[in-house]
Design a protein around this ligand. Sequence first.
Ligand SMILES: CC(C)(COP(=O)(O)OP(=O)(O)OC[C@H]1O[C@@H](n2cnc3c(N)ncnc32)[C@H](O)[C@@H]1OP(=O)(O)O)[C@@H](O)C(=O)NCCC(=O)NCCS
Length: 380
Amino acid sequence: MLFDIRVLDLTQFWFGPYCTMMLADMGAEVIRIEPPWGSPDRIADAYLAGGSSYTFHQLNLNKKGLSLNLKTAEGLQVFKEMVPKADVVVQNFRPGTMERLGLGYDVLRELNPSIIYAALSGFGQNGPYRERPCFAPIAEAMSGHSRLTGDELDPEGPPIEMAQAVGDLAPGLYAAMSIIAAVRHRDMTGVGQMVDVAQLDCMTAMNMALTGYNLSGMRLWQLKEKYPMGRGFGGLLKAKDGEYVRLASFSPRLIDSLREHMDVEEITMDIIQEKVSAMTRDEAVQYFVDAKVPVAPVYNVDEVVEDPHLQARNMFTYVEHKKAGRIKVVNFPVKFSETPVTVETAAPIIGEHDEEILKGILSYSDDKLTELRKANAIKE
Ligand SMILES: CC(C)(COP(=O)(O)OP(=O)(O)OC[C@H]1O[C@@H](n2cnc3c(N)ncnc32)[C@H](O)[C@@H]1OP(=O)(O)O)[C@@H](O)C(=O)NCCC(=O)NCCS
């Protein structure tokens, strides 16, 4: 779908790479640019496969790799020559870093007035905290999510952090969606723009408890305590084999289904728990599936990978990585009837596509490439 969109990807870690991977999955040509010595997120985890972290493998699928030392005059010049040939530039450095490199929005816009420049950061390009560095848990804590998760267990207890850096991945999705909207606007008007995506803003936008508070004056746990039946029946329930089941019977109709299936006048969580305690996890899941209410086994990752439904939905696929060999990765989740999305290529190794990009897009000669290598502007 995005086959004619070229993205210069200066991102790092999870937030930015997740955003640009979505664009690559949907067909954009995404050129992940990293210094010749490698971006820090390549080795962000101790476990490495073929020299790269599992997160790097997953978050850089379908991208091309260009090594570029932006702190050399030659490397900077290469980037500047790429900008007029691109549609989108994405970066998630601290605000101010691009300007120090000499690549602020004013410079990019001068080079290409229709460029879409997505500046991703923790706190945004203005405001008192703009210069603060950020990772997911920072945005999660400050937007209220860590306290809310802790409150689910015990409002008097410590906060609990969300697993899996939702504070990076959710803002990454906002960024991808916003870039596509800006591309559509550019296509209609020819006008590019700057898209300023802050992790804290996005995580605040994803916190429904804020509106609950604004309307009621109560924190979420207080609301739930005062109106316990407001949402129906659900929760994590322990089965007799020690495993857990998640039930979410959250509408009047579903409550009726549950009541009929359980053959009781009034449902309580105690009755539900008693029933679950007498069954294994998988028996309990089947019991509630038969009641036609939302239910799930609480899985470990190994069970997620093996689940027959996820296999039927084609949620895992294989790619061939230059150094790690054939690896299994998570597929793009959305199914399009006319333009299927496929994961075709593994995360690039450092500078994997230097020649292809510099010769193909900028028509550089072999001599020019040798010069760039000598100047330490691209990888040896
Ligand atoms: C993630 C973060 C905390 C890392 O902080 P940091 O490493 O101290 O600072 P930056 O990422 O801004 O800068 C990286 C440095 O590498 C340099 N660099 C990046 N790409 C380069 C390249 N291709 N060639 C040469 N230098 C490069 C930058 O110029 C910068 O150098 P400087 O400090 O001398 O200006 C910070 O980037 C940040 O807060 N980003 C916004 C929020 C975010 O996205 N967090 C990550 C969520 S997964």
